[in-house]
Design a binder for this molecule. Structure first.
Ligand SMILES: [Fe+2]
Ligand SMILES: [Fe+2]
Length: 143
């Protein structure tokens, strides 16, 4: 598959949608920002954007993801959250996926768009809507 404009990639482009709202404002705001960063990178890749811009965009996505995952992990530890180990392992896996995307992009490999789509899918469907929802419900109950 080419890294150029692709209907397959476009159909997977991440956009914020109401079902991603978990009802814990600080978390929702960060998720919304993460969605925006990932969506921007997907668009840049599908539009064959300048390499420097793509590199900047994936670096920003990695930096913000790290910051967001650290924030959630601090909250989990501070509140004795029972699912910490499993949740953190998912964060670590997601970061590995992003580092893989960065590696593929810097190497000019064409499958970077597939790895990014895999991250988007794993992060939203498997992580945000399941693990983060459990965490948000737990934190809301504490309030
Ligand atoms: Fe999380
Ligand atoms: Fe999260």
């Amino acid at each position: 598959m080419s890294s150029g404009s692709s209907p397959w990639l476009a159909s997977k482009t991440l956009a914020w949608r109401p079902e991603l709202v978990l009802g814990f404002d600080q978390m929702d705001m960060q998720h919304q920002h993460l969605v925006a960063c990932a969506g921007e990178l997907q668009l840049l890749i599908s539009a064959n954007g300048p390499r420097q811009e793509v590199a900047k965009s994936i670096a920003a996505l990695i930096a913000f993801s790290r910051q967001h995952f650290d924030w959630e992990e601090r909250l989990m530890r501070a509140n004795g959250y029972g699912g910490y180990t499993t949740h953190k392992a998912q964060h670590d896996h997601l970061l590995d996926q992003l580092l893989q995307v960065e590696h593929e992009l810097s190497a000019g490999l064409v499958n970077s768009c597939q790895t990014l789509s895999l991250f988007v899918e794993t992060w939203t469907v498997q992580h945000l809507l399941i693990a983060d929802r459990l965490l948000a419900d737990f934190l809301k109950d504490l309030a």
